[in-house]
Design a protein. Structure first.
Length: 119
């Protein structure tokens, strides 16, 4: 659905698609991490180093790390990474922040649409 959205580059659309798909039921956090490795590390325009930081940004919801500190880590590590557009960086930021407790997966998806697709 996201890969043909007008106004979105293939790279940023791909990140949006991954951010929505990596939380599917039946895929463990470890499995999601390996999917991220296998799908994202070869994205054109994203170097292996920046891909590694993107991987870390999605894995920052570890125990002992608050959502606020995760958000600041995401800002500090990803938003200045070469090869990552501001649109895709923003999408990654939103995809991390939408996993807050009390917000259903369906609502998360619509929030992702409403915030990322009009940038």
């Amino acid at each position: 659905m996201d890969l043909d959205v007008s106004g979105m580059s293939p790279i940023s659309s791909r990140w949006l698609l991954y951010s929505m798909d990596l939380d599917v039921s039946g895929v463990s956090p470890i499995g999601s991490r390996w999917l991220l490795y296998s799908m994202d590390l070869d994205v054109s325009g994203v170097s292996p180093i920046s891909s590694r930081w993107l991987l870390y940004s999605m894995d920052l919801d570890v125990s002992g790390t608050s959502p606020i500190s995760s958000r600041w880590l995401l800002y500090s590590m990803d938003l200045d990474v070469a090869g990552v557009s501001s649109i895709s960086s923003r999408g990654l930021l939103y995809s991390m922040d939408l996993d807050v407790s009390g917000v259903s997966p369906i609502r998360n998806r619509w929030l992702l649409y409403s915030m990322d697709l009009d940038v």
